[in-house]
Design a protein around this ligand. Structure first.
Ligand code: KG4
Ligand code: ZN
Length: 360
C-alpha cells in the first residue's frame, strides 16, 4: 500500500511516498530556514505564504521522484495537528482537494506522533541513499520525542496504543537550544549551531542546575535557559537587567563555545537520565528518539551509553520535519481507522498528544 504524505505544520513544506509503512519511495522537503533566519525565528505569516507558493510543485516532485502517477497512490496522509494555523491550513487544504478530486482516502495525522514513525522506515528506493536502521523497532517501545515544540517520553505498547509518561512543563528542549543560541549570537536554527559550536568548547567549563519536578518523567527547560542567561550576563561583567539581545556583541568565541558545550551537556544529560529511568522501570524492547533534537550527535552518543540495548537511529534528515514520517504513520492508521471526509477535515493547531491513547 502506497501512501502520499503531506507536511506543512511549521517552516518545512514536504511531500513523500512510503510503501507499507516502511519503504521510502520519495522524500521532498522544501525548507524555509533561509527566509526566517534573518528574523531569528519563524514568522507565521511568511511561513504560510511560502507554503502556498511551493506546495503544488513539492507534491508533484514527490510523485515524479518515485516515477508514480496518482493511480499508484492508495491514500493521502496529512498533518492536521499541532502547528501554526496558517501553515497547517495550506497542507490540509491541498490534501483535501486531492483526496476529493482523485478519489483517495484521507487520513489526518498528528505531527508529534508521526515524528516517532520516522524510526519505522527501514528500506528505500534505489535513488535514495539514507543511512536507515536495519530493522523496525519492537513493542513495547520507549520514545523520547524532542523537537522545537515538544519534549515528551512515551511508551508505545503497539501501533496507536501509547501512554505519555511525561512532558515538558514549560519550554521544549529545541526551544531552549534556539533561545540559548540567540543569546550567544549563533545563527537560527539554534540546535545545529549550538552542536557545531559545542565541538570547539569545553563542556565542563560551566555547570547549571537541573530542574527537580513532581512528575519523574516531566521536563523543564525554562530554568536552564535562565541560568545560562544569568551566568552569561555575569561572565561579561553585567547584571541581570542587561538585555539578552545585546549579549552577542560582548561574547567572544571562547565564551561562546564553552557556553554552547556546557549548555548542551546539561540539556542532553537531563533527557538521557529520564530516558534511562523510564527504561529501567518499563524494560522496553526498543528505545527510539524522534524530533529535530534527535539529530543531535551528543544525544545519540550519550543515550547509546546509558541504555543497555542496541539503539538504531533514524537519519538526521528524517528527524527534522519531513513528510515521510507522516506517510509512514498514515499507513498504520489505514490498518486501524476509517478515512475522514475531505469536506470535514479541520486543523487542530494546539492538539497535544493524548495522555493515554488506545485504539478500540
Ligand atoms: O522536529 P523539528 O524539525 O520541528 C518541530 O516540530 O519543532 O524540530 C526543530 C528543532 C529546533 O528547535 C532545532 O533547533 C532543533 O530541532 N534541532 C537540533 C538539531 N537539529 C535541529 N537541536 C539540537 N541538535 C541538532 N543537531
Ligand atoms: Zn516536528
Amino acid at each position: 500500500m502506497k501512501i502520499l504524505g503531506i507536511e506543512s505544520s511549521c517552516d518545512e513544506t514536504a511531500a513523500s511516498i512510503v510503501e507499507d509503512g516502511t519503504r521510502l519511495l520519495s522524500n521532498v522537503v522544501h525548507t524555509q530556514i533561509d527566509i526566517h533566519a534573518e528574523y531569528g525565528g519563524v514568522v507565521p505569516e511568511i511561513a504560510a505564504r511560502s507554503h502556498i507558493e511551493v506546495i503544488n510543485p513539492v507534491i508533484q516532485r514527490a510523485l515524479d521522484d518515485a516515477h508514480h502517477t496518482w493511480d499508484d497512490i492508495d491514500a493521502i496522509a496529512v498533518t492536521y495537528a499541532p502547528g501554526l494555523s496558517g501553515s497547517l491550513l495550506v497542507g490540509t487544504l491541498a490534501a483535501r482537494t486531492i483526496a476529493h478530486l482523485k478519489g483517495k482516502p484521507l487520513y489526518p495525522i498528528h505531527h508529534v506522533e508521526a515524528h516517532v514513525y520516522a524510526n519505522f522506515i527501514t528500506e528505500q528506493a534505489g535513488t535514495l541513499s539514507l543511512a536507515l536502521p536495519n530493522r523496525q523497532p519492537e513493542f513495547p517501545m520507549l520514545a523520547l520525542i524532542v523537537s522545537g515544540g515538544h519534549s515528551q517520553l512515551a511508551l508505545f505498547r503497539d501501533h496507536g496504543d501509547y501512554e505519555l509518561l511525561g512532558q515538558t512543563q514549560d519550554d521544549a528542549v529545541g526551544e531552549a537550544f534556539d533561545k540559548v543560541a540567540k543569546m550567544l549570537g549563533l545563527p537560527y536554527p539554534g540546535g545545529p549551531s549550538i552542536a557545531r559550536a559545542a565541538e570547539l568548547g569545553n563542556a565542563a567549563a560551566y555547570t547549571f542546575p537541573k530542574a527537580k519536578l513532581a512528575g519523574k518523567y516531566d521536563f523543564s527547560f525554562s530554568g536552564l535557559k535562565t541560568a545560562v542567561l544569568r551566568r552569561l550576563q555575569s561572565e561579561v561583567g553585567k547584571d541581570f537587567t542587561f538585555p539578552s539581545h545585546e549579549l552577542p556583541a560582548l561574547v567572544n568565541d571562547q565564551l561562546r563555545h564553552d557556553f554552547a558545550a556546557s549548555f548542551q551537556r546539561i540539556a542532553i544529560e537531563t533527557l538521557v537520565s529520564k530516558a534511562r529511568l523510564a527504561y529501567d522501570e518499563y524494560q522496553p524492547a526498543s528505545v527510539v528518539i524522534a524530533g529535530g533534537v534527535a539529530a543531535n550527535q551528543e544525544l545519540r552518543r550519550q543515550l547509546r551509553e546509558a541504555v543497555p540495548i542496541d539503539i538504531e537511529y533514524a537519519p538526521p534528515s528524517l528527524c527534522t520535519d519531513n513528510a515521510a514520517m507522516i506517510a509512514t504513520l498514515g499507513y498504520y492508521e489505514t490498518l486501524r481507522k476509517q478515512p475522514v471526509s475531505p469536506f470535514d477535515l479541520e486543523i487542530q493547531p494546539s492538539l497535544s498528544m493524548a495522555p493515554r491513547n488506545i485504539v478500540v
